[in-house]
Ligand binder design. Structure first.
Ligand SMILES: Cc1cc2nc3c(=O)[nH]c(=O)nc-3n(C[C@H](O)[C@H](O)[C@H](O)COP(=O)(O)O)c2cc1C
Length: 333
């Protein structure tokens, strides 16, 4: 399949693996890229720019296909040394960067000077338009369903994607709730040129996370995520667990007076405990509603081949069949 996104990034399939803290290591990025998608290393999971340089080199040893790096611009005063991280990306020969969080505007000249294609993850049409204005090559439009930070507008992809299509000139991928060939065809129908998957890629054989995390995703349903930190305007969609229940109790008690210190134990330093040690109740970790569509733990190649096969089947058989009348009595593809 060829779309503006496959052409922009030089990849076979219009499927991107979103950056994920303590998940997006070289093993996963290389597996996604080897399967024809765009794998992404999560920059800030590497504690220093030097470690990121090593992770890029490790990934380069595992794939000769294009892969990218995620740079998340955090709403923090003690900002990581972003210029040094960007230097590691440039020197590592990376040609695709997924930015997220705050606007990447001040770093665009450095990224563009190095010939890097920038895809910015946005949860609203207005942020997508800003990304277009500052020179991003593409946008990842992240609907309310998504795992991680859906923003504060709560617009699901059924509305957000066609709204983005109405306004944007640059290509965009659908992000949030994407799992299979049905998601891809729906995304293409709504105006996207591909899709970005986060949560779905955690439940793959190559994702270098504890088996408990993958099993939790297979066991979870679409009803099992919760929104936290709304009062801080830093909303995050996470998988429900004992510590998230406790956090929500604290949020109810404190109301608008909530501060980050009130929930420090539930959110700080949680990722290594969950992702590496498999302590599933250690605290809040990002997870999308798409968990309800995750029923197995395939390899990245099996997953991507299945997505593309299903998408082709839906387009060629189910959809064309509606036009010529042969799909009329079939409930599913
Ligand atoms: C465990 C986890 C960690 C994530 N960490 C990051 C991150 O560090 N930076 C970022 O830009 N997005 C992060 N995300 C968001 C994903 O890149 C992606 O946008 C999101 O998962 C898409 O929604 P989906 O989970 O429904 O596919 C994370 C998502 C998950 C599930």
């Amino acid at each position: 399949m060829k779309t503006a996104i496959t052409e922009l990034f030089g990849i076979e399939h219009p499927i991107i693996q979103g950056g994920m803290h303590f998940v997006g290591f070289a093993e996963l990025a290389a597996a996604v890229s080897n399967a024809g998608g765009l794998g992404i290393i999560t920059g800030l999971t590497q504690k220093t720019p030097e470690l990121l340089a090593k992770e890029i080199a490790r990934c380069r040893d595992m794939t000769d296909r294009p892969f990218g790096v995620n740079l998340t611009f955090l709403p923090t005063f003690a900002a990581p040394p972003y210029p040094e991280y960007i230097a590691a990306i440039v020197e590592g020969g990376i040609k695709a960067v997924e930015t997220a969080g705050r606007s990447p505007e001040q770093y665009m000249p450095a990224l563009k000077a190095a010939g890097i294609k920038v895809i910015h993850k946005c949860t609203s049409v207005r942020h997508s338009l800003k990304a277009e204005r500052i020179g991003c090559d593409a946008v990842s439009v992240d609907g309310f369903e998504c795992g991680g930070h859906p923003g504060e507008d709560d617009i699901p992809n059924m509305i957000l994607l066609p709204r983005a299509a109405e306004e944007l000139k640059i290509p965009f991928v659908a992000s949030g709730g994407m799992a299979d060939g049905r998601s891809l065809v729906a995304a293409l129908s709504l105006g996207a040129a591909g899709m970005n998957m986060g949560t779905r890629f955690i439940a793959t054989r190559e994702a270098p996370v504890h088996q408990n995390v993958k099993d939790a995703l297979v066991a979870a349903t679409e009803l099992d995520t919760r929104l936290i930190m709304r009062a801080l305007r830093n909303t995050e969609r996470v998988l429900k667990n004992a510590n998230v229940d406790r956090l929500l109790e604290i949020e109810r008690e404190k109301g608008a007076k909530l501060t980050i210190d009130d929930i420090h134990d539930q959110v700080a330093g949680v990722y290594p405990k969950i992702m590496l040690d498999g302590q599933m109740d250690a605290g809040a970790w990002s997870c999308g509603m798409v968990a309800g569509l995750i029923h197995d733990i395939p390899t990245c190649k099996e997953l991507i081949d299945r997505v593309m096969g299903e998408a082709e089947q839906i387009i060629r058989s189910r959809l064309l069949g509606f036009l010529d009348g042969t799909s009329a009595t079939r409930k599913v593809a």
